[in-house]
Design a protein around this ligand. Structure first.
Ligand code: GSH
Length: 221
């Protein structure tokens, strides 16, 4: 059985965004059963310090099965896709290379400015340095999203059919849900909705949210 590590509790603003969602989404797309191993203080959860043996930075997600122990959401999604072609990764080398390229673009070129803005808004909004820095951070995201919308052109997905890269890119765009920045680019808003309308995404999201609900109803340790 595949084990996907996820937090048992996060603040409400982060629910539905935590990065184990990317892994759950890929697992659902591939029809692979898994169990969520919750990390945290609740009874039955893996304590944060012990979890560092699985994920050296103490972050989620991580994935384990009989053959593999992996961390980094991009590496996990890509490896799952690679193991089960062609649902999320085509077999032909040129297409695979483009999926890898767009996976890096999602996690490096787009997620970095997006996460920078999210950190300002969600963790530091009241601090004076954040108020000063925010306009430039918004412009950095706006610029990248305009470029991404142009690259997407009229296509439904980043590379031919829906792929691992779309799981990663749509997940990154979701981080901006507290802003209108994605909606400013109608092609990107439609792309995100197209990805989120997949039944596998709905199952993954429901599973993450229900694990938080489960964590909340457990008595404190
Ligand atoms: N690059 C890592 C980032 C993982 C990450 O930032 N996870 C967050 C939850 S979404 C986390 O564990 N934060 C707690 C921490 O950094 O201590 C990945 O994509 O897997």
């Amino acid at each position: 059985m595949i084990r996907c590590y996820a937090f048992g509790w996060v603040p409400p603003f982060a629910r539905g965004l935590v990065r184990d969602l990317r892994v759950r989404w890929a697992l659902e797309e591939l029809g692979l059963p898994y169990e969520a191993r919750l990390v945290g203080d609740a009874p039955g959860a893996v304590p944060r310090e012990a979890y560092r043996a699985v994920q050296p930075f103490g972050q989620v997600p991580a994935l384990e099965d009989d053959e593999l122990a992996l961390f980094e959401s991009g590496a996990i999604v890509f490896t799952l896709a690679e193991r089960h072609p062609p649902r999320l990764l085509a077999r032909d080398p040129a297409t695979r290379a483009r999926v890898l390229q767009w996976s890096f673009a999602a996690l490096n070129t787009i997620e970095m400015p997006v996460q920078n803005l999210a950190a300002i808004d969600l963790f530091h909004a009241e601090e004076s340095w954040a108020k000063e820095r925010r306009p430039a951070a918004v412009e950095a995201v706006r610029g990248r999203l305009a470029e991404l919308a142009r690259c997407l052109g009229g296509r439904d997905f980043l590379v031919d059919a829906f792929s691992a890269a779309d799981i990663l890119m749509a997940s990154v765009l979701r981080i901006l849900r507290h802003t209108d920045l994605v909606e400013e680019q109608p092609a990107l808003a439609a792309y995100k909705e197209r990805c989120e309308s997949r039944p596998a995404f709905a199952r993954a999201l429901a599973a993450q949210l229900s694990d938080f609900a489960r964590g909340e109803t457990q008595p404190a340790a």
